[in-house]
Write a protein that binds this ligand. Structure first.
Ligand SMILES: [Mn+2]
Length: 247
């Protein structure tokens, strides 16, 4: 029998799970335990992992730290919660194998969902940061299938090395960029909402949790930004017209 309390929808993003931060794993397991009896659906809007070098590492020693995460999500989906995943800029190599293992479904980069009767656009959010031209150029390259194929053909150690190099370099560059460049471009927000035919947008990526209201063709539109998990669980819970953004 279906648990009638499983009627909430949860959104999370930007956990940046990383071996060197065991607290994040603990927070994640606690969060899943907490929502287990309440979640009809869980949307993971990218950057669950600090980096993901390919689904083929899951059963290798190098993937061992992440196996409990997969098992936890699998238990959640086995309990009847639907899990959807949108790739982030850190874990865009998450693919079919990972989804099969967690019993989840991979969604395209941008997806319009029916959220209790409200058409809602969901995405990771990096594509909204169009002022960061250098990042957008890099993103294009990383999303080329051949580039990904070449990367995935390297051994996992080499891939790890490369990922660390890229992370370091982009970290240095990010420090030089202004806060405005790193945030979403409002015009892009409006364009995306219009092309999705929605007045409601949910995303992560910028690590600036907030609820924004703006005008879209004389209608009031809303954008909810999810928080990143530095030292606590951050999520959005929706149940009908009820919204709870925790950060
Ligand atoms: Mn991100």
């Amino acid at each position: 029998m279906k648990d009638s309390k499983k009627n909430n929808t949860y959104f999370i993003s930007d956990l940046h799970l990383d071996e060197s931060h065991p607290l994040l794993f603990k927070l994640f397991y606690e969060f899943i335990d907490n929502i287990k009896d309440k979640a009809e659906t869980l949307y993971i809007l990218g950057d669950l992992f600090e980096f993901w070098i390919g689904d083929d590492i899951i059963d290798l020693p190098i993937g061992k730290p992440y196996l409990p995460v997969i098992e936890k999500l699998k238990a959640l989906s086995d309990s009847g919660t639907k899990i959807y995943f949108i790739q982030g800029n850190r874990d865009f190599l998450i693919s079919k194998v990972f989804m099969q293992r967690i019993g989840g479904e991979l969604l395209p980069d941008e997806k319009v969902i029916d959220l209790y009767g409200t058409s809602t656009l969901i995405m990771h959010g990096d594509t909204l940061c169009t002022d960061d031209k250098a990042y957008q150029r890099m993103r294009k390259i990383f999303r080329i299938k051949l580039v990904q194929k070449l990367y995935l053909s390297m051994n996992p150690e080499k891939r790890n090395q490369k990922a660390n190099q890229i992370r370091q370099r982009s970290g240095q560059k990010t420090k030089q960029k202004t806060s405005m460049i790193l945030d979403v471009n409002q015009q892009q927000v409006e364009t995306s909402c219009k092309s999705g035919g929605v007045c409601f947008l949910i995303h992560g990526h910028t690590h600036r949790p907030a609820e924004h209201e703006f005008k879209l063709d004389n209608k009031t539109a809303k954008r909810i930004v999810l928080g990143d998990w530095r030292d606590k669980a951050c999520y959005l819970r929706v149940n009908g017209s009820e919204f709870e953004l925790v950060y």
